[in-house]
Design a protein around this ligand. Sequence first.
Ligand code: SF4
Length: 469
Amino acid sequence: MGHDVLNAEPGAPTVGFVSLGCPKALTDSELILTQLSAEGYKTSKSYAGADIVIVNTCGFIDDAVKESLDAIGQALDENGKVIVTGCLGAKTGDDGRPLVQTVHPKVLAVTGPHATQEVMDAVHRHLPKPHDPFVDLVPEVRDQFRGSAGIKLTPRHYAYLKISEGCNHRCTFCIIPSLRGDLVSRPVGDVLNEARALLESGVKELLIISQDTSAYGVDVKYRTGFWDGKPVKTRFFDLCEQLGQLAQPYGAWVRLHYVYPYPHVDEVLPLMAQGLILPYLDVPFQHAHPDVLKRMRRPASAERNLERLQTWRSICPELVVRSTFIAGFPGESDAEFEALLAFMREAQIDRAGCFAYSPVQGAAANSLPGAVPDSVREERRARFMAVAEEVSVAQLARRVGAQMQVLVDSAPGLGRKGAVGRSYADAPEIDGQVRLLPPQKISRTLRAGDFVQARVVQVDGHDLIAQPI
Ligand code: SF4
């Protein structure tokens, strides 16, 4: 299942979870646990050592009400910080007041069933998780989504869907395998059930994450699972195909993160060309020179990445590629760094981020010879970003005049003064945005979670400015 306390890094805040009730409540529990784990919280099935406890309750029959109220009382006694969700949360007592608060006024928050987002908001309020760029899969949220007290309020219309835990690679700069162990793929039926529940709850964009999305199912030898009464293989392509088909009737987007440039990834490009999956790939290349990639022990380091990108673009010309790179890795020579810049220019990576190499405690790369001086690492990072910017701006400039579908992320005042959204080319938090001008028709309103068609009128840095049509 991958929600185990062992899968999170030490020091991460821990959420204890008590799940009572029927199979529907269990689905809710799964959704909450997966979001918690996607955001890097530790989860545990006991109160011991937990920083906060969530009790998912049942309110169907009197016995269940009593069991739930007792469980809340016990959690309050043993832990003190308790969030209540589930059917009992929606129940009122004889006096018409919410039952849970009447009996247990000390609970921090109460929601009804199917309220993953409200539960997550309550967790963020009472137990914020510090962002760790080295181990977190989910990016740090930008200011626009923070509440007044700096509280993270993930917009309700996108959700992270974690498909596996851990990683079979041993990149020398990374400590994730030692923290989280080898790859454990979630059963394909569980992932698809969760996707469906998210879509049914109104999510418009599923962000598929894991440490190595393209390796999905390797650990279980691509075992055939079952979903909706039919066999489905635990395999990257099959999962993408099912997710795309599932999202289509909802008009929702499916976006793939952390995909390595393996040959089998070619198979999903037709799904993108058909519009089932967004033509967007987040491929963490980290470097381009084969010797540096070898010293990094990167997955797919022997692949011909430029050729692979060309193949992908020939199958799906709209493809947008985002990537991250490391400048100044131990032993990186001037020539190796120049090769990275040349790759960047030639590969036309639409969106790129770059870190100056910095040792992570416990990583094997720390003992590699040839440490690059800090000032050189930083200077290379800046040079890399200048090239990345050139490439990105040129790519964006080609969009002026084009019509794009935009998912609105925020639209204060019903968007009458404009709104902020993203196109398929922008993942939340890490890429650019599409700034929407006020709609020309005065009666037209915009809301977060709406899809709108808009014509791009201008490029502004990493963002586009567009007019809703
Ligand atoms: S692929 Fe490499 S960088 Fe990514 S989690 Fe695995 S070991 Fe770490």
